[in-house]
Design a protein around this ligand. Structure first.
Ligand code: SF4
Ligand code: SF4
Length: 107
């Protein structure tokens, strides 16, 4: 495989920011221990719901990112971007499983 072919499956960056219209089937969850805090995923999110964890939480210079779960549309773009361009720190969970594990209700 030529080196650039690796990048062909990287999703396009969103040109406009949208918003959630229905309850998603999947939910993006960042593994904070694996996330490098590189922020590469942030501009790819089509609903702009990825943000950095507040610095005070861990007291480290480069904190991981987190998802505002109730805004996520489950598009998987961030997970693909993280896997293709940086690390592999975002898992997509079925929404029902997410709600059970985290005891958090998604609208
Ligand atoms: S691209 Fe991956 S490693 Fe980088 S901030 Fe996003 S989740 Fe973390
Ligand atoms: S799956 Fe990722 S990119 Fe898509 S809406 Fe959720 S946080 Fe944003």
């Amino acid at each position: 495989m030529r080196p650039y072919e690796h990048y062909k499956s990287v999703p396009e960056m969103a040109e406009t920011i949208g918003h959630k219209k229905r309850k998603p089937r999947l939910m993006a969850v960042v593994d904070e221990d694996s996330c490098t805090g590189c922020q590469v995923c942030i501009p790819y999110c089509p609903v702009d719901c990825i943000e950095t964890v507040p610095k005070e939480k861990y007291g480290i210079p480069i904190p991981p990112v987190q998802i505002r779960f109730n805004e996520c549309i489950g598009c998987q773009i961030c997970a693909k971007v993280c896997t293709k361009l940086t690390w592999d720190a975002i898992r997509m969970l079925p929404t029902e499983e997410f709600e059970n594990i985290y005891d958090y209700k998604i609208d």
